[in-house]
Design a protein around this ligand. Sequence first.
Ligand SMILES: Cc1cc2nc3c(=O)[nH]c(=O)nc-3n(C[C@H](O)[C@H](O)[C@H](O)COP(=O)(O)OP(=O)(O)OC[C@H]3O[C@@H](n4cnc5c(N)ncnc54)[C@H](O)[C@@H]3O)c2cc1C
Length: 520
Amino acid sequence: MKKHVDFLIIGTGIAGLSYALKVASHGSVCIITKSKPDESSTALAQGGIATVMDALDSHEDHIRDTLIAGDGLCDEEVVRFTINESNDRIKELIEQGAVFDKKQSGEFDLGREGGHSAHRILHYKDQTGAEIERALLKAVKEHPAIELLENYFAVDIITQHHLGVEVTRRTPDIKCFGAYVLNPHTNKIDTILAKSTMLATGGNGNVYNTTTNPVVATGDGVAMVYRAKGQVKNMEFIQFHPTGLYNPSERPCFLISEAVRGAGAKLCTIKGDYFMGRYDKRLELAPRDVVARAVDSEMKITGDDHVYLDCRPISKDEIFNHFPNIYAKCLSIGVDITKDLLPVVPVAHYSCGGIVVDSNACTSIQNLYASGECSCTGLHGANRLASNSLLEALVFSHRAAQHAIAHLSEAEFCENVPDWDDEGMVLNEEMILITQSLKEVQSIMSNYVGIVRSNLRLKRAWDRLDIIYKETEDLYHKSVHSVKLAELRNLINIGYLIIKMSMERKENCGLYYNLDNIKK
Ligand SMILES: Cc1cc2nc3c(=O)[nH]c(=O)nc-3n(C[C@H](O)[C@H](O)[C@H](O)COP(=O)(O)OP(=O)(O)OC[C@H]3O[C@@H](n4cnc5c(N)ncnc54)[C@H](O)[C@@H]3O)c2cc1C
């Protein structure tokens, strides 16, 4: 089946939904998601959105904190406009129906998180993301001009490569004509032709064994752009959250928000040794990479599977009012955080790198935009400051919408795109080939390409991943399309990019930490 839309959007998190609402009055809009619309990292965000609202705070301070976290790799111009535009974007989000906690005085109740020099985290209890997702999704569903397709999986973006034209990484004018999308009703691949396409496909945490990311976070957008010969960068900068709830059978791993440490919780070993003082004078409020490495180091020294987060310094009132979701979740596995120590481990949480975009969210491929976690804007540099990512998505989706609307009249549909060809393909009947390979990829990445890397570990990961890559490509080119196989293929691509870019980075900075770089 062939379909024509002015604006095709892939992804229903904050980046895709906020963009859809902005372009909807300027043309036809189709937004697709590979799962249920609210299965996204956005819906899981707990801490909140960073924005300057306190009289004692300033944009300059927020800019400085962001630049410090990014460790010299942020694009300062991007940091400046993102933060300077933050209040306008948040105002719109509130007008679109999102609710944030207020104090009795009527002012917003701003939280504080690691790396921030002031209280500037706007939140809705500990379910900020769910509240934002609820409000945006409701507005999208009620909008008459937006078509929302659930369980539609984008397989590849369409470029001139699909018209038989050779495309390389040096081709200057690669163009996107839309996307090939797996239709869940027919199990066939549809061709969606679009004048402009937005990738808002989120992160890639599932390349690791343990992650806070939802199961849909398989790096599809980044892999699609890389296959289409577009630019991707900074993939080596993976943020590991220091405090995932230690509950080995659970995927995704439940996150214990940084705001809990902001409220006074302390980290200790199983023997009760409060260790952060040995690592950083900012203690538990040091940036995430410092805290995650400290936890990783203590676990390696003690041989324990986890450390503890001691939430008892936080008053019961604050726990019940500010962290009801975290409290209930921990209680459900038998831990009362007002009384008991909570077992936690570092987990893959956020990808700072991704599809390279300019200040209007334009990728290196014409008519293709990227926003949110799949993109690399220059805001985060080598490390993301907590609660800056929801903000980044809002600012870049807004800029992308303005750009796409302004250029819509110049864009045309490409009518000679061929249908997807799966002639001669067979149904792969052995799921084990996919599930086992996925486990192997995750274990290679967790064992060799985790918080602390070395040249030898990276080489081992490279060699092992290469075997799985060849087997999977072979299987993929013989099989009728399946979502699980496509996701595996994408994750292998993501693993390859993380390893390759790690090998190319010769100095430690931000989240990147290679033992061989210290020895120099
Ligand atoms: C547990 C957790 C807590 C967090 N807390 C915070 C916080 O407090 N503050 C903050 O700023 N950030 C936080 N983050 C990070 C932030 O939530 C994400 O970076 C942000 O929500 C990403 O939004 P997005 O729109 O880019 O992607 P997502 O919200 O992940 O949405 C991606 C969408 O793309 C769809 N998709 C993906 N691939 C395909 C495909 N091939 N075909 C069709 N659809 C596809 C998915 O189904 C999904 O709808 C947190 C993240 C997690 C996981």
